[in-house]
Design a binder for this molecule. Structure first.
Ligand code: ATP
Ligand code: MG
Length: 258
C-alpha cells in the first residue's frame, strides 16, 4: 500500500487514505499503534478491535457497514484495511445543514438501524454509535464504521460492564455503571443520533459530567415542536430510561415513522 494522506484521527489511532499497489484501488487503513496501550484494559481493547474486524473481514457483510478487506498485525501496529468511503461523516452533514429534513433523516436513520439490526442478529454490539462513526458514501448511503468498542456477546442474556463511547450518546444504565445488556445501549445511541439529525442539537447536555449524567439517568430531554408526532414517538421509544422497555432494532424498523 502507498500512503496518500490522513483521513481522520481518533483516540487510538489514525485512518489513512492509501492506494493498493496491486489493484490501484483506493482504500482506507486504520492504524492502531499498540505501543500507545499501557494498561491491560487498553491492550484488551486493541485485541478486541482486531478480532471483531477479522470477523467482519471474513464473515460479515452489510450494505450499510464499511467493508473490511483485511486485518494485518505486526509487533507495533494493527492495520485494518477497508473500503474508502468518500462522502465524509454524518456529523459534518448535520453541522453543515444545521439539521436534516425529515425525509433525509428517515432514509439515513433507516439505514443506520438496518446495520445495527444486522450486527445484533449476529451477536455483536457496537457501543460507540454517534454521527462521527456514521459515514456517507458517494451514492449518499450510510456506512457505519469504527468497531473499536465492538464486542461479541456469546449468549442473549450476557451482561457487560465496561463504560464505552462518548458520554453524550451513553445510555442511563451505562452512566450509572449498572451491568447492562449490549443491544439496548446501541438503541439508546440511535435515539440520540435521530434527535441530533432532526434538531441539530443533543438531547442531553450539561455544564459538567455529573450534570450530564444526571440528565441522562433521569431520561430528561425536550422535544421541539417542529418534530412530527411519529418521529417524536420513535425518539421516545429509543430514549427510554428502562433498557428492558426500550425498542429493539427489529421493532424500530417496523415503527410507523420508518
Ligand atoms: P476509536 O474510537 O477506536 O479510537 P477512531 O475514532 O480513532 O476509533 P475511526 O472512527 O475508525 O477511528 O476513524 C476515525 C475517522 O476516520 C472517522 O470518524 C472518519 O472520519 C475517518 N474514517 C474512518 N474509516 C473511514 C473509511 N473507511 N473511509 C473514509 N474515512 C474513514
Ligand atoms: Mg471513531
Amino acid at each position: 500500500y502507498r500512503n496518500i494522506c490522513t483521513l481522520g484521527k481518533g483516540n487510538f489511532g489514525k485512518v489513512l487514505l492509501a492506494e493498493d499497489l496491486t489493484t490501484g484501488e483506493q482504500v482506507a487503513i486504520k492504524v492502531v499503534d499498540k505501543r500507545l496501550f499501557k494498561n491491560g484494559d487498553q491492550k484488551q481493547h486493541a485485541q478486541r478491535e482486531q478480532s471483531i474486524c477479522e470477523e467482519f473481514a471474513t464473515e460479515l457483510k452489510h450494505k450499510n457497514i464499511v467493508q473490511i478487506y483485511d486485518v494485518i498485525s505486526d509487533e507495533e501496529c494493527i492495520y485494518v484495511v477497508m473500503e474508502y468511503v468518500q462522502g465524509g461523516e454524518l456529523f459534518d452533514r448535520i453541522k453543515q445543514d444545521q439539521k436534516l429534513t425529515e425525509p433525509l433523516a428517515r432514509r439515513w436513520f433507516r439505514e443506520i438501524v438496518e446495520a445495527v439490526s444486522y450486527i445484533h442478529e449476529n451477536g455483536i454490539v457496537h457501543r460507540d454509535l454517534k454521527p462521527e462513526n456514521v459515514l456517507i458514501d458517494k451514492k449518499q448511503r450510510v456506512r457505519v464504521c469504527d468497531f473499536g468498542f465492538g464486542k461479541r456477546i456469546r449468549e442473549r442474556q450476557e451482561v457487560l460492564s465496561t463504560y464505552c463511547g462518548s458520554p453524550f450518546y451513553a445510555a442511563p444504565e451505562m452512566v450509572t455503571a449498572t451491568p447492562y445488556r449490549g443491544p439496548p445501549v446501541d438503541m439508546w445511541s440511535c435515539g440520540v443520533i435521530l434527535y441530533a439529525m432532526l434538531t441539530g442539537t443533543l438531547p442531553f447536555q450539561g455544564d459538567d459530567m455529573p450534570q450530564l449524567f444526571r440528565k441522562i439517568s433521569h431520561g430528561l430531554y425536550n422535544t421541539p415542536r417542529f418534530i412530527s408526532p411519529d418521529a417524536a414517538h420513535l425518539i421516545n421509544r429509543l430514549l427510554c430510561k428502562n433498557a428492558k422497555d426500550r425498542i429493539t432494532a427489529a421493532a424500530c424498523l417496523d415503527h410507523p415513522w420508518l
